[in-house]
Design a protein around this ligand. Structure first.
Ligand SMILES: NC(=O)c1ccc[n+]([C@@H]2O[C@H](COP(=O)([O-])OP(=O)(O)OC[C@H]3O[C@@H](n4cnc5c(N)ncnc54)[C@H](OP(=O)(O)O)[C@@H]3O)[C@@H](O)[C@H]2O)c1
Length: 317
């Protein structure tokens, strides 16, 4: 295969590059088509080779998984809960943070006695400091191999001016400020293990289509993680972002979502309500409920990505 420069002299306009298998310029239309086909075949082979190499690179797993500690926030339910169980089965040392004692007890009943739990509210500085100390006592000089910032809340139900400022603040407090504070607190432990940080964002962290407050919090997570990744590469720490689509968890529970939507609408001040009208809300309610009833129940699509970020020698970051 050779790259040949062909003059476009008939039209007197400069020159063009043509890829030929035979290393010469093609004159006839039939040969030209053949060469084009050859070029596409080479391109397809190159793309195939790229994916093959990527697959081979990413499937290499880090050693001594059984000695590695991973701290996960928000393990009461959903992805955090499933990830804790999944990593336990894989043999890692799971340090699972739950918001409630009930959640922690439930998880303990579902896992081996290698899994340890702690109560953590990511909006509370003392709670974060206490959890960090608890982790430090367990990991010792080895440091913390993995930090998974998974805890989150989802409040997209309603238009921008239907929501109160308190809702904006509480969502940002959990999804963004909480994630940042937990990261800052645990960072020395992750650095000393040259470990991994996995931050959970979402599609609305890339595409701001609906749910302003949720989008804002996730855009923040994306920005924080992107900068952190660049800064921490000098310390051998890898930072990944996991961006799930829509999955069936506590957060997207149809019953709860319906109640939230109705409650939000009920509390919208009358002068704002008038500008939308009841019909508008009814249509919004129906569309959102329909959307939520059709989401994927396969949460392991997400936890497999988290596991990859924690266990692959070359995780996708
Ligand atoms: N489900 C989806 O479709 C989806 C899509 C994209 C991204 N995500 C993200 O995935 C992550 C996990 O969500 P999920 O879908 O698994 O929902 P989930 O089942 O509700 O899990 C969220 C977890 O965070 C905990 N949490 C809430 N506030 C907290 C706080 N202040 N401090 C500590 N923990 C707190 C919750 O505890 P309680 O259960 O006790 O409240 C729960 O364990 C979130 O960051 C979410 O934004 C989810």
């Amino acid at each position: 295969m050779t790259l040949v420069r062909t003059a476009n002299s008939a039209q007197g306009r400069g020159a063009a590059w043509t890829l030929t298998a035979r290393g010469r310029c093609c004159e006839s239309g039939v040969e030209g088509k053949g060469d084009l086909l050859t070029m596409w075949l080479y391109l397809a082979a190159l793309v195939g080779l790229y994916y093959l190499l990527r697959w081979y690179r990413e499937r290499q797993v880090v050693s001594h998984l059984r000695d590695k500690y991973v701290f996960i926030t928000g393990c009461d339910s959903g992805f955090g809960n499933l990830l804790a169980r999944q990593l336990d089965l894989r043999g890692l040392r799971v340090l699972a943070a739950c918001l409630t004692e009930k959640g922690a007890q439930k998880l303990k009943g579902q896992t081996s006695d290698r899994v340890e739990t702690v109560i953590l509210d990511v909006t509370n500085t003392q709670s974060i400091a206490a959890a960090t100390q608890w982790v430090k006592e367990r990991v010792g000089d080895r440091g913390l191999w993995g930090l998974v910032n998974n805890a989150g809340t989802f409040h997209p139900f309603g238009y921008t001016d239907w929501l109160k400022i308190d809702t904006y603040m509480s969502t940002l407090q959990v999804n963004l400020i909480g994630l940042i504070e937990v990261t800052l607190s645990m960072l020395p432990l992750v650095k000393s293990a040259q470990g991994r940080i996995v931050n959970v964002s979402s599609i609305p962290g890339r595409l701001a289509l609906f749910g302003t407050v949720y989008c804002c919090s996730n855009y923040g997570v994306e920005a924080f993680s992107d900068v952190l990744r660049r800064e921490l590469q000098h310390f051998g720490v890898k930072v990944s972002i996991v961006e799930p689509g829509c999955f069936r968890t506590e957060m997207t529970d149809l019953q709860k979502a319906s109640e939230t939507m109705k409650q939000v609408w009920k509390e919208v001040p009358p002068h704002i309500k008038e500008t939308y009208g009841q019909k508008f809300f009814d249509a919004y309610f129906e569309t959102t409920s329909k959307g939520l009833s059709q989401i994927s129940p396969n949460m392991s699509l997400v936890t497999d990505c988290m596991e990859h970020a924690l266990t692959s020698v070359h995780p996708r970051t």
